[in-house]
Design a protein around this ligand. Structure first.
Ligand code: 5AD
Ligand code: SF4
Ligand code: FES
Length: 345
């Protein structure tokens, strides 16, 4: 076995240079996946957690250069679901057997503390775990959401290269992004973060630093995905993120953060058919099927070629159940909080 993979599987630690060496070695991918799959089985088992994703507003005050929801994109048809519609989707998510709903949106300030906490109380009554993914808010807002029943929060760091971050997310501060993550931790959320793979100007060293940052944060969840260039954004002509590099990143994440919940994300499947099944066998243990209905799915267009835009939530539930069975795994029946079994210091 490659000596760095052996070290990672045994100690869950690698240096930046060791990570770079594995990321640049074209022959390491298969062995990394096998090792990560073993660590996944040992630390988080064979259950796959399904999180029902509700994309409740595509309105965003930010202007990230890669994202179709950016405020300067006039081509996207904007929508915002009503409270009743969101509750209806949460109810349906529950009926498909999902134990968690992920409420995701652009940075839409219509969803104030008052509006959101109202909603959270009602969803909590359905006995669902709630993950929020609404971008940057103040410590007080995060606290209010937590008190109203939110359990987890997803906020990708996108890249730990400060200059690249501030260049690609104009008007946003890397320092503030990091302090949001530490605030969420402090408040007792399970914290999810992650990065984009293949940003123009991103190096393998920077990806290695991303992994070390997730370790330092002791992230509970890490969602990563390849950049998919969007024609309606300034990064229209950027190259796509590389699938194999994304897969290696997932495996390294599992090796270095053995207990984390790691999703096989939809952006990966946009690059390659059956990507989620491949990634679930390379370290991942979570899938986030979409429960948004009808045309809203298409309109939540972060990037082009999004999968399942013409499918119903019921079709996705059935499809994903079949894929999970086909690889000898099963749908976990608990709420899927992060496990704490390692002796990692
Ligand atoms: N390609 C892939 N992922 C994207 N995201 C935004 N735009 C793109 C794109 N063009 C990701 C960001 C964000 C998440 C909601 O979607 O990482 O955090
Ligand atoms: Fe808004 Fe997030 Fe898209 Fe940036 S990545 S434009 S914050 S939805
Ligand atoms: Fe949506 Fe397969 S997960 S159709």
């Amino acid at each position: 076995m490659n000596k760095y993979i052996e070290k990672a599987e045994r100690t869950h630690k690698l240096t930046e240079d060791e990570l770079v060496s594995l990321l640049q070695d074209p022959s390491s991918s298969g062995e990394l996946a096998i090792s990560a799959d073993r660590v996944r089985a040992k630390y988080v088992g064979s259950g796959i957690h399904l999180r029902g994703l509700i994309e409740f507003s595509n309105i965003c005050r930010q202007n990230c250069l890669y994202c179709g929801l950016r405020r300067d994109n006039p081509k996207i048809e904007r929508y915002r679901l009503s409270e009743a519609e969101i509750l209806e989707l949460a109810k349906k998510a529950k009926s498909y057997g999902y134990k968690t709903v992920v409420l995701q949106s652009g940075e839409d300030i219509y969803f104030s503390v008052k509006v959101l906490t109202n909603l959270l109380y009602k969803i909590k009554e359905m006995d669902l775990a709630i993950t929020l993914s609404l971008g940057e808010r103040s410590l007080d807002e995060y606290r209010a959401f937590k008190q109203a029943g939110a359990d987890r929060y997803l906020l990708r760091i996108e890249t730990t290269d400060k200059n690249l971050y501030e260049q690609l997310d104009p008007g946003m501060s890397f320092k503030n992004r990091k302090s949001c993550l530490w605030n969420l931790k402090e408040l007792g959320y399970e914290v999810g973060t992650g990065c984009l793979i293949g940003l123009p100007g991103q190096t393998l060293h920077s990806l290695a630093q991303d992994i070390l940052f997730f370790q330092q944060l002791d992230a509970d969840m890490i969602g990563i995905g390849p950049l998919i260039p969007n024609m309606d954004t300034p990064l229209a002509f950027a190259a796509k993120g590389d699938f194999d590099l994304t897969k290696k990143m997932v495996s390294l994440l599992r090796l270095l953060l053995p207990e984390a919940n790691i999703p096989a994300t939809t952006a990966m499947e946009t690059l390659k058919a059956d990507a989620r099944v491949i990634i679930l066998q390379a370290g991942a243990n979570v899938v986030m099927p979409n429960v948004t209905e009808g045309d809203y799915r298409r309109k939540y267009a972060l990037y082009p070629g999004k999968i399942c835009v013409a499918d119903t939530p019921a079709q996705c539930r059935c499809c994903i159940g079949g894929k999970i069975k086909s690889i000898g795994r099963y749908v976990a029946q608990d709420k899927g909080f992060r496990s704490h079994i390692s002796t990692r210091s």
